[in-house]
Design a protein. Structure first.
Ligand code: PLP
Length: 434
């Protein structure tokens, strides 16, 4: 049995988490040296696989033609947003603020287009090569032809998801020819389920939380040897798919003449659910930029799973429900009570810290981003803005922020139906005025 009193005695900040009060948590192990089982070479391996598949994407998903089959999102300066945020702050945000607009990533309009799709591609490539139908030097456009669809139709892909992971995997896996089953938690937005069904995927709904939905999905998939389960709670391939973002961001920063060094630190704010997508990106950034990039995770006060796991060192051995936190949030992409098996472990020395925020702040920032920059994102995607003022205060104690760069990672949104967005917007607008 978990002794909550002892936990709070050992880690007083856990008390603050249980009280569901916003906090900033400094990771005491940040920047220590550590041995990880993956490194830069693995990121390049993932990047090379995305490159091999670029010709396939051009054919199968013509919306990727402008980027030559590469799935990437823009880095957008957001000065109006920064000005608006500063109007309310006693000490204004120092440095320059950017949005990494993964809400515009092709195919699923979310960060899951990186990791989720990557793992599907890796599985498809393995099957095709093994069947003797594909060699690595082929033009992968052939994968869009009927004989490959026939090959892939003998296999299934299954995944547990709060929404966007299922969406990105479902769309690509169905297109390749796999039979896809998506196990969805009660939090998943209705339009995500509808869209997946429209694409031909099987959607299994659970009137339960994410951790239980994923467990049920894993067990069901294990019964069929031809079904490949993509495991959001521990897949290293997913993690590596996300990490490729760092190589792309390096090029975008260079193009924008932004340096990353001791005098020009880079702070990156990433929303965390299981910790896989922000973990993969943070890992990639640390490999590419080293000590002067500082990743920070953002989590709702009502479901701070990665924060609780890392704070206590228990990682996936503890869930927010174990300590009586209710797990209720409007951030459907973050509604995950237990962190992944690898996120906390890999982030132990790579993550500067985490900060938690109230849903109301997130909704207000959604409205602010739309009003100032006309950018539409889903609620989870504005988490970085919700923690920004608190982080600024904390970071200023330790870093020179004068010439700093701040990137808020906007993790999803392009596919949100207009009606849903209007609802989010009017809710956010009423909160913003307060
Ligand atoms: C999945 C998701 C996240 C968090 O990713 P994890 O890998 O679960 O930590 C953040 N924002 C959005 C929009 C997402 O869909």
């Amino acid at each position: 049995m978990l002794d909550i009193n002892k936990l709070v005695t050992d880690f007083p900040e856990v008390g603050q988490l249980i009280a569901e009060k916003p906090l900033f948590w400094h990771n005491p192990n940040y920047q220590e040296s550590a041995e990880l089982p993956i490194d830069l070479a693995d990121i390049f391996d993932a990047e090379a696989r995305f490159q091999r598949f670029a010709k396939y994407f051009e054919v199968a998903f013509p919306e990727t033609l402008p980027t030559k089959g590469i799935l990437e999102s823009p880095l957008i300066p957001i000065p109006e947003m920064q000005t608006s945020i500063n109007e309310k702050l006693s000490s204004p945000l120092a440095g320059k603020l950017f949005l990494k607009a993964d809400n515009l990533l092709p195919i699923s309009g979310s960060i899951k287009s990186r990791g989720g799709i990557y793992e599907v591609l890796k599985f498809a490539e393995k099957i095709a090569v093994k069947a003797g139908m594909l060699v690595y030097e082929d033009n992968y456009a052939i994968l869009a032809s009927p004989e490959f669809k026939k090959l892939f139709s003998k296999y299934g892909i299954a995944v547990g998801s709060t929404g966007n992971l299922g969406l990105s995997i479902g769309i690509v896996a169905q297109k390749l020819g796999f039979q896809t089953t998506v196990h969805m938690s009660a939090d998943a937005a209705q339009w995500k389920k509808d869209l997946l069904r429209e694409k031909g995927a099987i959607v299994v709904e659970y009137n339960d939380n994410f951790s239980n939905a994923i467990t049920a999905g894993r067990e069901q998939a294990a019964k069929d040897p031809n079904v490949y389960f993509i495991d959001d709670e521990g897949s290293v391939d997913l993690f590596l798919g996300y990490s490729v973002a760092a190589l792309r961001l390096q090029a975008q920063l260079k193009a924008a003449s932004i340096q990353v060094n001791e005098d020009h630190p880079l702070f990156v704010y990433l929303p965390a659910g299981v910790g896989g997508s922000p973990g993969g990106v943070a890992f990639g950034l640390k490999q590419v930029f080293g000590e002067h990039v500082h990743p920070i995770f953002a989590e709702p006060t009502h479901i701070p799973s990665v924060t609780l796991g890392m704070m206590t060192g228990m990682n996936n051995q503890i869930s927010v429900y174990d300590v009586g936190i209710d797990g209720i949030t409007k951030a459907d992409g973050l509604a995950v009570g237990r962190p992944s098996r690898i996120a906390g472990k890999f982030m132990r020395t790579l993550l500067l810290g985490t900060a938690t925020f109230q849903d109301d702040r997130m909704m207000a920032e959604l409205a602010r981003l739309y009003e100032t920059e006309k950018i539409k994102v889903e609620p989870s995607a504005t988490s970085g803005f919700a923690i920004l003022p608190r982080c600024q205060t904390e970071l200023a104690k330790q870093y020179s922020l004068t010439d700093s760069t701040h990137i808020v990672w906007a993790t999803g949104g392009a596919m949100v139906p207009a009606d849903d967005f209007s609802r989010y917007l009017s809710e956010g607008q009423s909160l913003l005025e307060k």
